[in-house]
Structure formats: structure tokens, C-alpha cells
Design a binder for this molecule. Structure first.
Ligand code: HEM
Length: 484
């Protein structure tokens, strides 16, 4: 295919494969779009133009292109496209994640950075994380004593659902020591699937009826109603408690959001509507659970294939926590190797490899190519995180590569952006990492892990499933030998 720039309405667009009528380049995307897009970039270059259905889309696949979009010209690229499921679950874009760039989004980021994602708030949830990690360790210990194999994918999801539920609503999602038994759990999983799902009308606005035919709209509406009913019930109950008992000592997210209503927080400068509150609850739920769960599962998966790395990480954590019987958050500051393991996990298995979709606000240029206003812009971190110019032997899991360098999570080094960078960077980074670290550390401290009978390291399945987060396609099933 020609590598020349494609011309369209006088614009000089980046190169890309020739689009087919109607579907454009949509068929170039497989079930794993981050991998398809990586392949396309290897052929057409680090900035390519695709037509996904009717939607003009630019894909950035190098550190340089990512720097233009997330840093140099961040102000032009920091909006979001409106998608069907995104609009539905965000109460029409009233949240942070799905909101276009506007004053409302700016106010919410400012408010939540101060009140919800702050270091103090993350700290205040410390005992939730430690307790939930403890409950999980006990469950695994009990199951393995009964000769059961451990489904770590399921357990991780259960753990992070419970942590998030407690942070948001002050209570667990399921009965003690239980997970899948709660109807909320199924609802949460269905919403997660729908959010990551594909709606024809997102790419073919004039074909919206197809979604009605396939039943997608119906599913969306049903899940949305269930979720909304749960939120309404919790809000009503909490308002009663606040009115009768006043503010509580330990505030969860719902308290924070409602108190600024009830007390008319002078710092906020505006009042959150009921829909805005619910939209923010959605962000916390769905931004925070699947992302953290898949990170722990991918990390454990890699360690099962890299025995010496597993040993090294276990030695470190067992030395740090000694014979206390569990890892506490105070121990985490000694776990330098584990932190590198987590970084390396997020490099090779980022939960959101395509970040969030960005949308260009006005006509601009990158590398001399035109990017018209309204173009959807996708940064492919899978391509950047495996670029041999920045990463030696990029396909190999090697936590040591983060030794003696200053590459951190803040998005200052654009070759490493698992949380994005710039205005749209993930606000929940510290909160998410805190739970990932304590969970991972306790799993390594408490058990020696092995593959089920008859399985070798090279049999570990690395297949992916692309949804709201990229998870392991088949669950990670292991044997646990308790050390606690
Ligand atoms: C390992 C855990 C996590 C990872 C890897 C992750 C990753 C990301 C990424 C890549 C983005 C998009 C950046 C962009 O579009 O350029 C994002 C946005 C976001 N994340 Fe996270 N995240 C994690 C945990 C969390 C947690 C725990 C929360 C909240 C409780 C959260 C809430 C959000 C929100 C609200 C946004 C939207 C920001 C905006 O559009 O302005 N995330 N995250």
C-alpha cells in the first residue's frame, strides 16, 4: 500500500491503509485492537489515519507522537468523543472520564483532586486495603487447605470490588469471605462488559438502529437501570443518616459527595446535582476495579513464568514483613523490587493500553500532517511500551530495567504512560497503586505458588481479552502452599 499522505478535503492527513466504502478501516481491527494497531503502525508509521466506520481517527504509536498529543498540544487534544455506552453510564457526560473538555470537567477534576484522590484520602483508606487483603489471604489459605485450586482472576476481582465498594459506600459488596454471591457483583461485571463493548452507532451514526436490532440498547438500558437503582438506594439511606447523625468520623466517597451538598461547601463554588454525584460514583467504580484486578493477575502470571523473579520478590517481602504473618502498608516502603515488578507489569500489560479516547478540539498539525477538529485520537501505549528504541529486549519481562532510572508513573517520561499523561491523566493512580501493592505483597508473602499438576512454565496462557481493561483471557488458576 502507498505510504503517501492521504488527501481529504484539502487536508494533508497522516498515511494509512485505504478505507473500504462504509466500514472504512474498521475491519482492520481485530478483537485485540491494541495489537492490530501496533501491526498497522509497523507498516504505516507512528502516526496513521484510519476511518473507523464514519469516524476519522488518528493513531499515535511513538513516544514523539504521544508527546505531541499528551504534552506539547495537550490543550487541543484533551477532549473526549461521545460514545453510546459512555454517555449512558455517565448520565450524559456529567462525570470526569467521559466528559468532553469544558468548565464542568475542570471543576470536577479540581474538586476530586482535593477531596477524593488526595494523598490524605488515599491514606485514610489504609485499613480497608489491609483488612480486605487479609480476608483474601484467609480465603486462599482455607481453600488450599481443602485441596482446592485457586482461581486468582476471580479472587482478585472479588478483592478489588470489595475494596472499591467500601471506599465508595462504606461496606463490602458481599458477605464476609464471599464474593460472587452478591447480585451487585453480577451487575458490576455486566456494566463493565457493556462499557468496554462495541456499539455499531459509535462508528456509524446513521446505523444506530442496528444496536436496537442486536439488543445492545436494551441491555444497556437494563444494566443502567439496575445500577441507578442501587445508587439511589445508597444515596437515600445515607442522606437520612447524615441528617440524623451529622457527619461521620470516617468519610467514604459518598459522604464526601453528599456533604458538599448538605453543607454547601464554600470551596466547591458550585453544587453537585444528583446525576453528577451518581456519574462520579460510576467513575470510581469502573475506573478503579477492573484496572487494579487485571494488574495483579498479569503480575502473578508473569512471575509464574519467571521463577527467579518470583523468588527475588518473595525474598524481599518476607524479609521486610518478617514473622508478622501479614504485610502492612508500612512495609511497602522497603519493597523496591516489588515496585519494579509492578512497573514492568504495567509496561507489558497495561490495563488500558489505548488510554482513554481523545478528541481533537481544533484543526492542528503533528509532524506536518493535518489533524482536523473532531478527529478521534488514540495513543497506543502497547506500541510505545515495546518500542526497542527505549526498551531493550522489549518483549522480555525484566523488572531490573527500572533500576537506577527515574522513570515513574507521573507521565513525565512519555515512553512509560500506563496512567496516561497531561490533563486527562488518571486521577486515581495513587489510590489504585496502593491497593495493587498491598494485595500483591501479601500474595507473595503468604504463599508459595505453583502451576496445576502437569503444567510447565511455557504452558502458561498469555491470551488477552480486550474490554474496559485488557484482562487475561483464561483465568489464572494456581496451587497455593500456605506460609502463614
Ligand atoms: C492500576 C490501576 C489504574 C490504571 C492502569 C489506570 C489507567 C488509566 C488511564 C490510562 C486513563 C486514561 C488517560 C487518558 O485518557 O489519557 C485513566 C483515566 C481515569 N482513571 Fe484510571 N487507572 C487506574 C486506576 C484508577 C482508579 C483506582 C480510579 C478511581 C477510583 C481511576 C479513575 C480514573 C478516571 C476518573 C479517569 C478519567 C480521567 C479524565 O478523563 O479526566 N483510575 N486511568
Amino acid at each position: 500500500a502507498p505510504l503517501s499522505r492521504s488527501k481529504s478535503r484539502g487536508y494533508s492527513l497522516p498515511p494509512g491503509p485505504p478505507p473500504l466504502p462504509i466500514v472504512g478501516n474498521l475491519l482492520k481491527l481485530s478483537r485485540l485492537p491494541h495489537i492490530s494497531l501496533l501491526r498497522l503502525s509497523q507498516h504505516y508509521g507512528s502516526l496513521i489515519h484510519l476511518k473507523l466506520g464514519h469516524v476519522p481517527t488518528v493513531i499515535a504509536s511513538s513516544k514523539e507522537a504521544a508527546t505531541e498529543i499528551l504534552k506539547t498540544q495537550d490543550l487541543f487534544f484533551c477532549s473526549r468523543p461521545q460514545t453510546i455506552s459512555g454517555s449512558k453510564f455517565s448520565y450524559g457526560g456529567l462525570d470526569i472520564a467521559f466528559s468532553p473538555f469544558n468548565d464542568h470537567w475542570k471543576q470536577l477534576r479540581k474538586f476530586t483532586n482535593a477531596e477524593i484522590f488526595s494523598t490524605a484520602r488515599v491514606q485514610s483508606f489504609r485499613s480497608i486495603r489491609e483488612e480486605e487483603a487479609g480476608i483474601l489471604m484467609n480465603t486462599i489459605k482455607r481453600d488450599s487447605a481443602n485441596g482446592k485450586l485457586i482461581n486468582l482472576s476471580e479472587m482478585a476481582l472479588c478483592l478489588f470490588n470489595n475494596i472499591t465498594f467500601r471506599e465508595v459506600f462504606g461496606k463490602r459488596i458481599s458477605a464476609d469471605g464471599e464474593c460472587g454471591s452478591s447480585p451487585h457483583h453480577d451487575m458490576v461485571m455486566e456494566v463493565v462488559a457493556l462499557m468496554g463493548g462495541f456499539n455499531v452507532s459509535d462508528f456509524f451514526p446513521s446505523f444506530g438502529w442496528v444496536d436496537f436490532l442486536t439488543g445492545n440498547r436494551l441491555k444497556l438500558r437494563r444494566s443502567f437501570r439496575q445500577m441507578d437503582a442501587l445508587f439511589e438506594k445508597e444515596i437515600e439511606e445515607r442522606l437520612k443518616t447524615i441528617h440524623s447523625h451529622g457527619r461521620s468520623q470516617h468519610q467514604d466517597f459518598l459522604d464526601v459527595l453528599l456533604l458538599c451538598q448538605v453543607e454547601r461547601d464554600p470551596n466547591l463554588g458550585f453544587l453537585l446535582s444528583r446525576d453528577e454525584i451518581k456519574a462520579l460514583l460510576v467513575d470510581m467504580f469502573f475506573g478503579g476495579t477492573a484496572t487494579t484486578a487485571v494488574t495483579v493477575v498479569w503480575g502473578m502470571t508473569e512471575l509464574m513464568r519467571n521463577k527467579s523473579t518470583m523468588k527475588k520478590a518473595q525474598r524481599e517481602v518476607r524479609q521486610a514483613a518478617g514473622d508478622k504473618g501479614r504485610v502492612e502498608e508500612d512495609d511497602l516502603k522497603h519493597l523496591h523490587y516489588l515496585k519494579m515488578v509492578i512497573k514492568e507489569t504495567l509496561r507489558l500489560h497495561p490495563a488500558s493500553p489505548l488510554l482513554g479516547p481523545h478528541e481533537c478540539l481544533k484543526d492542528t498539525q503533528i509532524n506536518g500532517f493535518d489533524i482536523p477538529a473532531k478527529t478521534r485520537v488514540i495513543v497506543n501505549f502497547t506500541a510505545v511500551g515495546r518500542d526497542p528504541r527505549w526498551w531493550e529486549e522489549p518483549e522480555i519481562f525484566k523488572p531490573e530495567r527500572f533500576e537506577n532510572n527515574s522513570i515513574g508513573y507521573k507521565g513525565n517520561h512519555l515512553e512509560f504512560i500506563p496512567f496516561g499523561s497531561g490533563r486527562r491523566t488518571c486521577p486515581g493512580m495513587a489510590l489504585g497503586l496502593a491497593s495493587v501493592e498491598i494485595a500483591f505483597a501479601n500474595l507473595l508473602y503468604s504463599f508459595d505458588w505453583s502451576l496445576p499438576e502437569g503444567m510447565e512454565e511455557e504452558d502458561v496462557d498469555m491470551g488477552e481479552h480486550f474490554g474496559i481493561s485488557v484482562s487475561k483471557k483464561r483465568p489464572l488458576i494456581l496451587m497455593a502452599d500456605s506460609k502463614i
